[in-house]
Design a protein around this ligand. Structure first.
Ligand SMILES: Cc1cc2nc3c(=O)[nH]c(=O)nc-3n(C[C@H](O)[C@H](O)[C@H](O)COP(=O)(O)O)c2cc1C
Length: 241
């Protein structure tokens, strides 16, 4: 599976088979997280791998009883450890970069899990303080999100994506490209427009030709009539003489 296929086929999986995942596979997912980009390469994250069903049950209770937390084969709680980031980047580092760094790591883990045939779900809705207590997370670290993983036991329903024309601007916020399909190198719309134009021109010419033919016929008919009349008159006048 190449990167684009992995990105486009990944979906949130919330139901898992009761099948364990081997340690090597789990660590491959963790390692993928550790390879994510981070501000100034601070790698200000800690990953808590959980496969203890009792702990998972407790975490589930404080995550709005979301079943995936309990029925997953394993969880990874991604914690930010913002001290260094704050020191380097101040408030922006503490408030923004730490969150973004963990999100990048989380997405790497979800994608790698998908590539390995696992399903995963990102859980953000939990009681932070309770999770902190259950997992003994120190005050200087922060549980940012929980990832639930396991072999999938569901096929998610189709997801509607927002149209790219609505979410993409060029060079300025709010500036859309009128002929966006050309940016996507989809020329079929242009060809359809040209074809439609050609049809219109053809129809117009057909109509014009028909009209001209009718007029010519009408004019031709009256000329013949006129000529016949003239011949008749000449013959008659000759006869009279
Ligand atoms: C910040 C964040 C928090 C989320 N929290 C939850 C959650 O608490 N429970 C859940 O089932 N899914 C959660 N999700 C997963 C989203 O519901 C899911 O990604 C979204 O519906 C799009 O579906 P997809 O992942 O299949 O593309 C969260 C995702 C993100 C990015």
């Amino acid at each position: 599976m190449d990167a684009l296929e992995c990105i486009s086929t990944r979906r949130s999986i919330r139901r898992f088979l009761n099948v364990p995942v081997d340690f090597e596979t789990i660590m491959t997912v963790v390692e993928a997280g550790s390879m994510a980009p981070s501000s100034g390469n601070v790698q200000d994250w800690k990953f808590i791998v959980i496969d203890d069903k009792e702990i998972m049950k407790k975490l589930c209770e404080y995550s709005l009883n979301q079943e995936c937390i309990h029925n997953a084969a394993f969880l990874i709680v991604v914690c930010s450890d913002p001290e260094q980031t704050e020191r380097h980047y101040g408030l922006r580092g503490q408030k923004l970069y730490t969150v973004q760094n963990c999100a990048a790591a989380a997405q790497n883990m979800l994608l790698s899990a998908h590539a390995l045939g696992l399903g995963g779900n990102w859980v953000g809705a939990f009681d932070e303080e309770k999770i902190r207590t259950i997992l003994n997370i120190p005050p200087d670290a922060r549980p940012q999100l929980i990832l639930a993983f396991g072999y999938p036991d569901e096929i998610p329903v189709h997801k509607r994506l927002k149209d790219l024309t609505l979410i993409t601007y060029f060079n300025n916020y709010g500036e859309t490209v009128k002929k966006f399909h050309r940016v996507l190198k989809d020329y079929s719309i242009d060809w359809e427009a040209r074809l439609k134009q050609a049809h219109t021109t053809f129809d117009r010419l057909k109509e014009k030709t028909k009209k001209t033919a009718e007029e010519t016929k009408k004019k031709g008919g009256s000329l013949i009539k006129k000529y016949t009349e003239k011949v008749k008159t000449t013959i008659n006048s000759k006869k009279r003489k």
